[in-house]
Design a protein around this ligand. Structure first.
Ligand code: SF4
Length: 240
């Protein structure tokens, strides 16, 4: 070792000793910025599915989800169906027995009634997008739990982000109350245009409820007429 090398060695040893003393005295407090950055990074871990650029990609990335207990009791994961560029999204609460069996939302009798409701306002099932807040069926068709909806809603939000609809139509009280974070009754929530983030949101009866109580078909028709009028105005359409 020559003199120059000895000087550098001594300097590095002094520096090392200085940092060791500082660490003994202050622990991690001497690196507060580093700790803060690490904390931010920890809180902003982006999951792979969040980077999905299409609905198909999202579907394939989340279809094995078991983030809540419904993942272990479902027969099929029910992502959603329809036009990925739909102007209108219909959102219900959760798959039922038929949906769970077929892996598609709103099939069976309630689905057939929804198709008729669509036809009444001159829309086809293929033109719109149809899904639920929960992607897996709650056992015995019980109401979704708040914790289940909280866990599953980020998937719905990603669907909305990818589709960018002009209108969301909530089918039933549970979907409406959850998306609007309110306890108001369906009666108080209907006949108004709400907003979910930047999207117009209209509320009507769930088709399964209309099957149970046909008296609600008339007010449901009024809801759909209100929607169609607004849809026409926004899209410069003159006829129904
Ligand atoms: S309901 Fe949603 S969060 Fe729960 S397992 Fe199914 S996809 Fe995952």
């Amino acid at each position: 070792m020559n003199d120059n090398q000895k000087d550098i060695y001594n300097l590095l040893t002094d520096i090392e000793r200085y940092f060791m003393q500082q660490e003994e005295l202050f622990g991690n407090l001497i690196y507060p910025e580093k700790s803060a950055v690490a904390k931010i990074l920890e809180n902003e871990v982006i999951e792979d599915w969040q980077k999905s650029g299409t609905l198909d990609e999202l579907n394939s990335k989340i279809s094995s989800c078991v983030k809540c207990s419904l993942g272990s009791t479902r027969t099929n994961f029910v992502f959603g169906v329809g036009n990925p560029n739909a102007k209108v999204m219909f959102i219900g609460e959760a798959p039922g027995v038929d949906e769970d069996a077929q892996g598609e939302p709103f099939v069976g009798r309630a689905g057939q009634l929804l198709n008729k409701i669509l036809a009444a306002v001159n829309l086809k099932r293929e033109e719109v997008y149809i899904c639920n807040i929960l992607k897996c069926r709650p056992p015995q068709n019980r109401d979704p739990l708040a914790t289940e909806m909280e866990t599953c809603t980020p998937y719905l939000e990603k669907q909305i982000e990818l589709i960018k609809p002009q209108f969301i139509i909530c089918l039933g009280r549970i979907a409406a109350q959850w998306l609007l974070q309110t306890n108001d009754t369906l009666t108080r929530l209907r006949e108004k245009v709400h907003k979910y983030r930047d999207t117009k949101l209209i509320i009507t009866y769930h088709p399964a409820a209309l099957l149970r109580n046909p008296n609600w078909k008339r007010p449901a028709w009024e809801d759909m007429k209100m929607f169609r009028k607004l849809y026409n105005e926004l899209n410069n359409i003159n006829n129904l």
